[in-house]
Design a protein around this ligand. Structure first.
Ligand SMILES: Nc1ncnc2c1ncn2[C@@H]1O[C@@H]2COP(=O)(O)O[C@H]3[C@@H](O)[C@H](n4cnc5c(N)ncnc54)O[C@@H]3COP(=O)(O)O[C@H]2[C@H]1O
Ligand SMILES: Nc1ncnc2c1ncn2[C@@H]1O[C@@H]2COP(=O)(O)O[C@H]3[C@@H](O)[C@H](n4cnc5c(N)ncnc54)O[C@@H]3COP(=O)(O)O[C@H]2[C@H]1O
Lengths: 141, 141
């Protein structure tokens, strides 16, 4: 079991790079965001601005919560509200040069974290599945 | 790093036991299931029958997909359809005596797996977070 090499793996080698990541734009109405989420099948995705800088994440829970009235889900509000009004902005980010143990810690409390460069541009996402697959490989050496 | 003891941990020691797990009943209308999911904040939960046997899982994605019409989400269908009609029944299950490596493999492709006894009764759920916390502890010894 060669643990030194294993923990030297970088985020960049494990991440799903940006072109393969479903995302929404910060100015989209919630209706568009919910359709992207339902059609892609993902429970949450990153939110970017028009220059591809990372702004936050948005998921089905927070969208549905925001339209839950006293009696029913008020679907008409989906076209009125914007992603920027309900997105989650306190998501921890990592850098593509962060090592494996940093990545493992980051995903303990989040199904995915965003990989962002020094200027705030979105490089990709690091998922729990990528970490678990790597750990499974390592523990079977 | 005492890997022998680490991999001997059993599912039972890591699982969230049944009384702490949000769930829905197989005969509930989708409207009730969606409310449970939105209020608990979970993207998917186990489905049990009235004797607490495990039947499947249900999540926001599959509920919203089932009511997505050509023009809009047809919310009125939520009170007409039942959990049994849309739930996911091909979820892998584990037993509370399964060891750590079995648990790790099980959660590579699923955010959680259900812990079920020999008669099909629901004991609890094993989450990715529980596995990742354990691995983080182990890699920092
Ligand atoms: N189309 C698909 N094909 C195969 N398996 C699928 C799948 N969609 C979901 N899964 C499985 O379900 C897990 C949870 O997905 P979820 O959408 O809740 O949570 C996802 C989603 O919020 C986000 N994510 C993953 N891939 C993404 C992508 N390409 N674009 C945008 N977001 C993504 O990262 C979270 C964790 O992903 P992770 O892979 O660890 O874990 C995924 C994966 O194991
Ligand atoms: N109320 C809360 N408090 C603190 N953190 C929270 C939280 N709700 C969600 N999270 C965080 O978000 C992750 C994904 O939650 P999700 O609901 O998509 O996916 C969850 C959910 O589908 C299910 N789950 C977890 N705990 C549950 C419970 N007590 N009852 C029913 N289902 C549960 O297992 C999946 C994986 O859970 P895991 O803990 O690995 O991962 C959780 C956890 O890290």
């Amino acid at each position: 079991v060669e643990s030194k090499e294993f923990t030297e793996i970088l985020a960049e080698e494990l991440m799903i790079s940006s072109e393969k990541v479903a995302h929404v734009q910060v100015g989209n109405p919630l209706e568009h965001a919910l359709l992207v989420l339902v059609k892609s099948g993902y429970s949450a995705v990153p939110v970017l601005d028009s220059t591809y800088k990372f702004k936050g994440t948005i998921g089905k829970t927070v969208i549905l919560n925001s339209i839950l009235g006293l009696e029913r889900f008020e679907m008409e509000q989906l076209s009125e509200k914007k992603v920027s009004e309900v997105m989650n902005t306190d998501i921890p980010c990592i850098n593509k040069n962060d090592d494996f143990l940093t990545c493992l810690k980051a995903v303990i409390n989040y199904p995915f974290v965003c990989v962002v460069d020094e200027d705030g541009y979105f490089d990709g996402i690091l998922t729990r599945r990528a970490i678990l697959k790597q750990l499974n490989k390592y523990l079977h050496v």
